[in-house]
Design a protein around this ligand. Structure first.
Ligand SMILES: NC(=O)c1ccc[n+]([C@@H]2O[C@H](COP(=O)([O-])OP(=O)(O)OC[C@H]3O[C@@H](n4cnc5c(N)ncnc54)[C@H](O)[C@@H]3O)[C@@H](O)[C@H]2O)c1
Length: 423
């Protein structure tokens, strides 16, 4: 079968097996180069990545495995391919990751399961035990990455299904959006979310499920004394706040930050003797810690459908590339691990991890630099449908989007007949 991209309204409904595999191998090659040399004491030996198949989660798994040699368990929810129909990109990415890990002598186990369910937690606990045993390691997780981006969540207790929406809260949002398939810029206006829609979005994209994961893993005795856990968020510039930071997703991300605090409180009080977050309790903390990491705006399957973001990203990339500051998922996560979570100092003491005043890791620091933001805002003000391809980096946006689906990957022959159910 010859597979060509089918894109409409910034959603691509198919993917290319060989292209996905090549893109994963490119990330692995990048990590191997960046992480060569001595690993800091305290770097992860067993890692769990929830949302492991694409975007930031995939990059995290690759960095943990190929950078630090960690045995990894990955969870994601992808559609398998059949003999006649391609699967989702993450399905190919997982196949490629597992095959490359095996060739490199790394232990890995991937579960295709709804991460929000209780069954997923039970299955992962078993998989961690088996994977660690196979790797000759204690069944103790050193790193839990929470990187889900999902439109729905079924509450594991009540069975109620919640849907997330990308809407403003309080007042309507108007802004421009860019359709990469047609090259068209259009004005888009979104009515504010109802209270129920906001609450549902918090249920799906907030921190409740992250807490349930940590509770389940802790309850099974699987968290190592130096376990770190990180969940990803975005803040971005003020021009996007109407739809993002102050919108439904932003509310959910506030809840993610609440969850980080709640998890840290539990870590601090893991001895039943200490019932609150008192000084005694902090002294007992040990080296376990939870962070929210604020990451850069990047083209992933989740971000391409958020109004204004494609246009903003096209301008941001132009500016950041010109300044030599541009990064993709794998460069961002490499910096997160090497320059924040696992510096020689922070690897043995989480308090030495560089954070902002709210205790968040900022790996969006280059994006949010004043000079970058000013130049991006100035460029945004000049962009029209006529000049978007030449003045902004719409081509870069489109390339990254296609690449996330295995298309437009250098070195892949898209005229060759491929079997859709194998990489
Ligand atoms: N893309 C960006 O610009 C950006 C920037 C900063 C932060 N973030 C955050 O990073 C996180 C990951 O986003 P991304 O852009 O990498 O998304 P993505 O769409 O590339 O990846 C989402 C992952 O979640 C998995 N998933 C979704 N529903 C699931 C379910 N029910 N069960 C199991 N797995 C499920 C998918 O399989 C996939 O592995 C999100 O929290 C997002 O808000 C993204």
């Amino acid at each position: 079968m010859i597979i060509k991209p089918m894109v409409r309204s910034n959603i691509c409904i198919n993917s290319h097996p060989a292209g996905c595999a090549k893109a994963v191998r490119n990330q692995i090659a990048y990590v191997k180069k960046q992480f060569s040399g001595k690993k800091p004491d305290g770097s992860p030996r067993v890692a769990l990545v929830i949302g492991c198949s694409t975007g930031y989660g995939l990059a995290s798994r690759i960095a943990a495995a190929f950078g630090y040699g960690a045995a990894t368990v990955g969870v994601s929810f992808e559609k398998p391919a059949s003999a006649s129909k391609p699967g989702t990109p993450g399905w190919y990415n997982n196949l490629c990751f597992d095959s490359e890990a095996q060739s490199a002598g790394l232990y890995s186990k991937t579960l295709n399961i709804d991460a929000f369910s209780t069954e997923a937690k039970t299955a992962v606990i078993q998989a961690v035990k088996e994977t660690a045993k196979a790797a000759g390691l204690p069944a103790r997780i050193d790193l839990v990455v929470y990187s889900l981006a999902s439109p729905v969540r079924t509450d594991p207790v009540t069975g109620v299904m919640y849907k997330s929406v990308i809407k403003p809260t309080g007042k309507p949002y108007s802004g421009k959006t860019f359709d990469m398939a047609t090259g068209k810029l259009s004005d888009i206006s979104v009515e504010p979310a109802s209270g129920e829609e906001t609450a549902s979005t918090i249920k799906v994209m907030g921190g409740e499920d992250w807490e349930l994961w940590i509770d389940a893993l802790d309850g099974a005795g699987l968290l190592s004394p130096v376990c770190r856990t990180v969940a990803y968020t975005y803040i971005g510039p003020e021009l996007s706040w109407g739809i993002y930071k102050n919108g439904t997703i932003g509310r959910a991300k506030e809840d993610l930050e609440r969850a980080a605090g709640a998890i840290n409180k539990k870590f601090a009080c893991d001895s039943a003797t200490f019932a609150d977050d008192s000084a005694k309790c902090s002294a007992k903390r040990g080296a376990k810690h939870a962070w929210v990491s604020v990451n850069k705006a990047l083209v992933t399957r989740a971000s391409a459908v958020i109004p204004i973001i494609p246009l903003y990203i096209s301008c941001l990339f132009k500016v950041m590339k010109a300044k030599g500051l541009h990064e993709g998922c794998i460069e961002q996560i490499t910096r997160l691990f090497r320059e924040r979570l696992y510096t020689p100092e922070a690897a043995s003491d989480p308090k030495k991890t560089l954070v902002d005043a709210e205790g968040r890791i900022r790996i969006d620091d280059f994006e949010m630099r004043d000079d970058v933001q000013q130049a991006t805002a100035a460029l945004l003000g000049t962009i029209t449908e006529e000049n978007i391809m030449t003045e902004a980096d719409a081509a870069g946006f489109k390339h990254d989007f296609l690449e996330a689906h295995g298309f437009d990957v250098a070195g892949v022959d898209y005229e060759i007949d491929v079997a859709p159910d194998t990489i």
